[in-house]
Design a protein around this ligand. Structure first.
Ligand code: EPZ
Length: 415
């Protein structure tokens, strides 16, 4: 079992380049199921989630290669529209193959993803939408079994904003007969990136990035050739790394406009932030001010930055309240931060964080992807040696984070 060992107290300095966005690469790779031919996707992060999706696609008969941050895939010879449990359970986003498979092949058998550390993660809105488009969807032995002659456009209303639900149904609708309207759609930049990729394949999509997306179905699509946008959550994680260590770093190859809520809050906490062309420069200050946050669908404060921000607030000069409105169990990092001396009390969906002058290094355990990042951030600020175990969670969503952090002066290594 690998661990990450950090000797805290080093201020970060220097430049770091951001990798492609995991949560855009995954749906865009799934979009390769919608058309024959060779699809090329650039700026793909080297992550376990990406290689897992590759294994799922290969299992279907799709050729899939990930090399030098580029994916080449060809689904022309797909002969098995299935995603098996043993693969899906390690990566919930596998549900993103469902819409494309039903749209292109008229059938799919995809394992229900099951829950994870942060919540039950239901997919009822995905299946509801597919049924609205005319598919028959049954749940059999833990699998979603879907079939449709040809999908027909429909008006789909999401009663909860769902990122992959929006993405799954947007993909399915590209080949449906007639027009589909997705109402109360997710507005995340990754949804917009997927829409741009689909439009490049010949899809007719309007309104991506707003809460109403219109898709006019077409007969067929052509192979995609696309470059994935920068990862805003990796970017935000480095913004906090500078703030929590009192360092000064410049983050390059990023898109600052995708982080308005986070940058506003880290600025309120006292860091000096300067935006450049595709760059963010962050000067952390000694004093960290307490700031309340509430996670919301984009453009609100991202739930995927909540754990990282909590580490910063653990060292604030006062009390802050962190309200997690998206997932019902996204405070598993609290117990671990408390082991490091943080003073945090969870009340339902809110955590009350009373800042302490110092965190003390301790052996801690990662419980999910973003919790892993929050423990590394806390370890870099704590006095002494922190050992973070179960870092397979980390490798799902961060591309060589310890190399990037040690290049910025952190004393961090993988053992
Ligand atoms: C996406 O997950 C991201 N993953 C998550 O990032 C992110 O935390 C989440 O969106 C919210 O921004 C990918 O894009 C691969 P949702 P997703 O559907 O789509 C409820 C990370 O760290 N819901 O937007 O699965 C759900 O329970 C990961 O990179 C239903 O009730 O999240 C949740 O409360 C973690 N029924 C809320 O909606 C459904 O059918 C938002 O979930 C679907 C969702």
């Amino acid at each position: 079992m690998k661990s990450i060992v950090i000797n805290g107290g080093k201020k970060l300095h220097g430049d770091v380049a951001i990798s492609g966005a995991k949560n855009a690469a995954l749906p865009i790779i799934a979009a390769g199921l919608l058309a024959e031919g060779e699809h090329r996707i650039a700026n793909v992060p080297t992550l376990v989630d990406v290689t897992t999706l590759g294994r799922i696609l290969r299992n279907m008969g799709v050729t899939f290669e990930l090399k030098d941050h580029s994916v080449v895939l060809d689904s022309s010879k797909l002969n098995n529209p299935e995603a098996p449990y043993d693969l899906v359970r390690t990566m919930r986003a596998s549900v993103l193959v469902l819409g494309p498979l039903v749209a292109r092949f008229g059938k799919a058998r995809v394992s229900l993803p099951g829950g994870c550390a942060i919540g039950a993660r239901p997919v009822n809105l995905h299946t509801m939408g597919l049924e609205k488009l005319g598919a028959k969807v049954d749940i059999e032995h833990g699998y979603m079994v879907a079939s449709a002659k040809r999908l027909r456009g429909a008006h789909i209303y999401f009663d909860t904003v769902t990122v992959t639900g929006t993405e799954n149904l947007m993909m399915a609708a590209t080949l449906a007969e007639g027009e589909t309207i997705l109402e109360n759609a997710a507005r995340e930049p990754e949804v917009v990136d997927l829409a741009q990729a689909l439009i490049g394949m010949g899809a007719k999509i309007e309104g991506a990035g707003t809460d109403i997306i219109r898709i006019k179905g077409v007969q067929s699509l052509r192979p995609l050739d696309y470059t994935v946008l920068p990862d805003r959550i990796e970017t935000g994680t480095f913004v906090i790394a500078a703030a929590i260590t009192g360092g000064s770093i410049t983050i390059t190859r990023c898109n600052p406009s995708h982080l308005d809520a986070l940058l506003a809050k880290v600025g309120e906490a006292g860091a000096e932030i300067t935006i450049g062309e595709g760059t963010i420069t962050v000067h952390g200050q000694k004093k960290i001010k307490p700031v309340n946050i509430k996670t919301l669908p984009y453009p609100g404060f991202p739930t995927d930055m909540q754990a990282q921000f909590m580490s910063l607030m653990a060292l604030a000069d006062g009390t802050s309240v962190i309200n997690e409105t998206i997932f019902e169990n996204r405070f598993t990092h609290v117990a671990e931060l408390r082991r490091m001396g943080a003073d945090i009390v969870v009340e339902g969906r809110s955590a009350v964080v009373k800042g302490v002058p110092k965190l003390s290094a301790a052996p801690v355990m990662a419980t999910d992807l973003r919790a892993s990042a929050s423990l590394i951030l806390a370890g870099m600020a704590a006095e002494g040696q922190t050992v973070v175990s179960r870092i397979y969670h980390l490798d799902r969503g961060y591309d060589n984070i310890e190399q990037k952090l040690s290049a910025l002066g952190a004393d961090i290594k993988r053992v």
